[in-house]
Design a protein around this ligand. Structure first.
Ligand SMILES: [Zn+2]
Ligand SMILES: [Zn+2]
Length: 526
């Protein structure tokens, strides 16, 4: 077969490229062209690119850069977010003679990042939806010109999402969207999905897996919460955090515990690109937590000096404690004496921020235990065996009350969660919360077991993103085998030895006394 061929352009979708090849070879219908070249657009095709490249007469390396896959550098090529049914387009791009953009195939995108128009997916004449088998490069199945489809201006939020996803991992934005400008992270899709669904997951503990939107209308509805968050960054996000703090379980004293699983999910996004979100959480917590400080922090306060009384209020400690920390030289501040012998202490706002971060970082054992979901007794064991570290240098700061480094603990739990091992079929499972002295009285074995889990030597067989450490499941057989291995076989009594060997009991005890048999004395429990 003698095909006319070309190479995909930068940012062109693979399906759009197939449309273009069809047109080059005088096929008005994508479906007919795909039958001709015996290609069925879908995942199997994309997992065997050399075959596709051969059929199309295209260099496979070039195809690899345009085909979706499982761990792409660019958000637009992420397999998990590819549209499966619709193949929408922008009428203005078609009119301008542009190629079909990769971002149009992303299931969180509903607008053209370039023209700010709503993507179109329904022919006004024949009612057909362009898909991986329908429509052509410039015309619909019915011959209607794609450039003549309706032009509807997208909302600012829709355009933001389209631009973010198009830029992610690839290029800088022209202007800030949310906290991002340069370095939009390549895995932004997962984060936007988290923001879009996080209000769902607060309603029930086990939301199940939220499906991706399948139609353009569904995409728009699905992304509205994110549109709002980005349009009024950071205020809208702050308000969201504030709402969560106020509606979370009030019995918890620490903000992370009150923010619950949402906080854990947020913290699981790593890298500088997500730091601004964590910072806003910290700032909002400092501002509204427990309502003890109601005023708003303005950016200007960063350069100001404030009174010790005000700073103490922000830090939620007694003013005398702060003043003495300043005079001891452990906190930056100024001591001024007025003529009447009054002392006046001021603290730079930057120092207050540092102290607030430090105080937020270290939480009490009670809060740390709540974060992990374990009982008080088990938490003491976790400290005793070194599973949870306490009292690092920073924690000894006189203004820090907690002793457990929360970010380090979160990172540890994430690390354990990330390394799920396959569970043996029909295997017995034991929850982390049950790895305690009720399971085995052998302290030494239990401690070693816990340390093996900490060090990633023993992996959980089930641990979902929303689970607390206490809920992580381990293989029962593996746990028992490990404990038995450490404990070793139980020692034999003289009677056991006599029975086993056929020697007389008195002989065995005599040989023990003479030191001919290694032995120890002990009373057997009844
Ligand atoms: Zn366009
Ligand atoms: Zn049509």
């Amino acid at each position: 077969m003698n095909l006319r061929s070309t190479t995909p352009e930068d940012g062109e979708s693979l399906l759009g490229f197939l449309r273009r090849l069809a047109a080059m070879n005088a096929y008005a219908h994508l479906g007919d062209f795909l039958s001709l070249v015996e290609v069925r657009y879908g995942r199997p095709m994309q997992e065997d690119l050399p075959i596709l490249a051969g059929k199309l007469g295209v260099d496979v390396g070039v195809l690899e850069r345009t085909a979706p896959h499982s761990s792409p550098d660019f958000a637009t090529l992420d397999w998990r977010f590819q549209r499966s049914e619709v193949d929408p387009f922008c009428p203005a791009c078609i009119q301008d003679g542009r190629v079909w953009k990769q971002s149009w195939r992303h299931s969180l995108v509903s607008a053209c990042p370039e023209h700010g128009l709503v993507l179109q997916s329904l022919c006004p004449r024949c009612g057909v939806t362009p898909s991986s088998t329908k429509g052509g490069f410039r015309t619909c199945e019915c011959g209607y010109q794609l450039q003549d489809f309706q032009r509807v201006e997208a909302t600012a939020g829709e355009v933001h999402i389209a631009r973010l996803i198009e830029a992610a991992g690839r290029k800088s934005l022209e202007e800030n969207i949310g906290p991002w400008k340069a370095d939009v992270p390549g895995d932004i899709s997962r984060f936007l999905f988290f923001l879009a669904t996080s209000d769902h997951s607060t309603r029930s503990d086990k939301p199940g897996k939220m499906p991706l939107p399948r139609t353009l209308e569904a995409t728009r509805d699905f992304m509205v919460p994110v549109h709002d968050l980005l349009a009024d960054w950071p205020r809208a996000f702050d308000r969201n955090v504030e709402k969560r703090l106020n509606s979370g379980p009030q019995k918890f004293n620490s903000a992370p515990a009150r923010l619950g699983k949402w906080y854990q999910r947020l913290m699981s996004f790593r890298g500088a690109a997500f730091d601004p979100f964590e910072e806003r959480v910290g700032k909002t917590v400092g501002r509204v937590f427990d309502g003890s400080y109601a005023g708003a922090l303005t950016p200007d306060e960063g350069r100001e000096w404030i009174s010790a009384a005000k700073a103490a209020k922000l830090l939620r400690i007694r003013a005398e404690r702060l003043v003495s920390a300043v005079s001891d030289g452990v906190v930056t501040g100024r001591l001024q004496h007025s003529g009447h012998g009054h002392r006046h202490t001021t603290i730079p706002m930057g120092e207050v921020d540092r102290l607030r971060d430090l105080r937020a970082r270290f939480v009490s054992s009670k809060d740390a235990g709540e974060f992990l979901g374990v009982a008080k007794k088990q938490f003491s064991l976790l400290i005793e065996c070194g599973f949870v570290q306490t009292a690092s240098g920073d924690a000894k700061h006189p203004l820090v009350d907690g002793s457990v480094d929360l970010p380090a603990l979160i990172a540890l739990v994430d690390r354990i969660r990330d390394e799920i091992a396959p569970a043996p079929p029909n295997g017995r499972q034991v929850r982390f919360r049950d790895l305690n002295l009720r399971r085995t009285t052998d302290r030494k074995a239990l401690f070693q077991l816990l340390r093996q889990i900490r060090d990633g030597q023993i992996h959980p067989v089930a641990a979902s993103k929303d689970d607390q450490l206490a809920d992580f499941a381990f293989c029962g057989e593996e746990v028992d085998r490990f404990i038995k291995g450490v404990s070793g076989p139980a020692p034999l009594t003289a009677r056991d030895v006599a029975d086993l060997t056929g020697w007389k009991h008195e002989c065995v005890t005599h040989w023990c006394k003479e030191g001919l048999l290694k032995s120890s004395h002990g009373r057997r429990c009844a």
